[in-house]
Design a protein around this ligand. Structure first.
Ligand code: PMV
Length: 325
């Protein structure tokens, strides 16, 4: 009744920033992401039939009570399906700093979902597993797949059609992704709270799902045809629209630090010099810079020399979630 699973985080090119159902994590619009390796979460999970309470350790530390409650409720989804009440012991490790603002909840919940299903012998399709992972953290449903991934919005109120599908495998396109860390302090507001606050108070929020829905087929096409320039312009605009809506929330949600802006300016300068690169960001100050394979070295050198850069994590397009033993 145990399993070890490895998953990778993902970065969205069409963003998920709004829900049509809060309890089920049903998104207002579909989204598209890229799975990142070698950044990884490795989770070992064991069900203990005679145990009395769940235990969750992340990077050798017990998680907070609030987080443990959320994780236990998530594991309940699997216990319920298997018809068991066993307690669970979970040890999870990220090989990247959590401070990198790298949606560790995505790889974390994807790993927990797959490990729980495997340990209980539940024979779930990728779609069914994705539907369950989504309920832990929306973006987690995308981390079950490798390569280029679309999370379909779905229409059904029970969310059974809101899951991730693979668009293209990691081998489809040689992209380098640099996570440029400019601020390692814990962020003030988590994505869950910031998303709900933006929806509730930002006068610009309603434009986001509308625009994302228009962008989806174009981003899909840019990926299929490997049109880097088109992808760059769509991804940057979508990211900035998300931050625009956050900035207009009341009170404003502002994740950026001065280093963020310095990196954005350097990416634009690299592009003016003919290097193929673009940026995107998520709920944090750190910047993810996508480069066409061969331009990654030059862009990396310039970003390392940029004032404000603390650390750069280098990644390529990664594979799907997998069981380790
Ligand atoms: O899945 P969550 O609740 O951590 O939200 C993810 C939100 C963004 O990372 C900002 C966008 C996305 O699509 O991943």
């Amino acid at each position: 009744m145990e399993a070890t699973v490895e998953t990778h985080p993902n970065v969205a090119l069409v963003k998920y920033w709004g829900k049509r159902d809060e309890a089920l994590n049903l998104p207002s619009n579909g989204s598209i992401s890229v799975t990142l390796a070698p950044l990884a979460t490795i989770t070992h999970l064991r069900f203990v039939p005679d145990g009395c309470s769940d235990e969750f350790m992340l990077d050798d530390r017990l998680v907070t009570e609030v987080e443990a409650h959320r994780l236990s409720c998530f594991v309940d989804l699997f216990r319920h399906r298997a018809g068991v009440a066993h307690a669970v012991r979970v040890r999870s490790h990220n090989n990247f700093p959590t401070a990198a603002g790298l949606a560790s909840s995505a790889s974390g919940y994807a790993a927990l979902a797959m490990a729980a299903a495997e340990a209980l012998g539940l024979r779930l399709s990728k779609q069914a597993l994705s539907v369950l992972a989504r309920q832990g953290s929306g973006s987690a449903c995308r981390s079950l797949h490798g390569g280029f991934v679309e999370w379909q919005r779905g229409e059904l109120p029970d969310g059974s059609d809101s899951c991730a599908i693979a668009l293209a495998p990691a081998s489809h396109w040689n992209l380098k992704i640099m996570v440029v860390v400019v601020d390692s302090r814990p962020k003030g507001m988590g994505s869950r709270t910031a998303m709900l606050h933006t929806m509730a108070t930002s006068p610009f929020y309603s434009a986001l799902p509308r625009q994302a829905t228009l962008d989806l087929p174009q981003v899909r096409e840019a990926i299929f045809s490997k049109d880097f320039a088109a992808l760059a312009s769509l991804a940057e605009a979508g990211c900035m629209a998300m931050f625009g809506a956050m900035l207009a929330a009341r009170p404003s949600v502002r994740y950026w630090s001065p280093g963020t802006l310095a990196v954005l300016e350097e990416v634009e300068a690299c592009r003016r010099d003919g290097l193929h690169c673009f940026y995107t960001m998520d709920a944090g100050p750190n910047v993810k810079v996508f480069c066409l394979g061969e331009d990654g070295v030059a862009v990396g050198e310039r970003l390392r020399a940029t004032d404000g850069t603390l650390q750069i994590l280098e990644a390529t397009v990664g594979g799907p979630a997998r069981r380790c033993e």
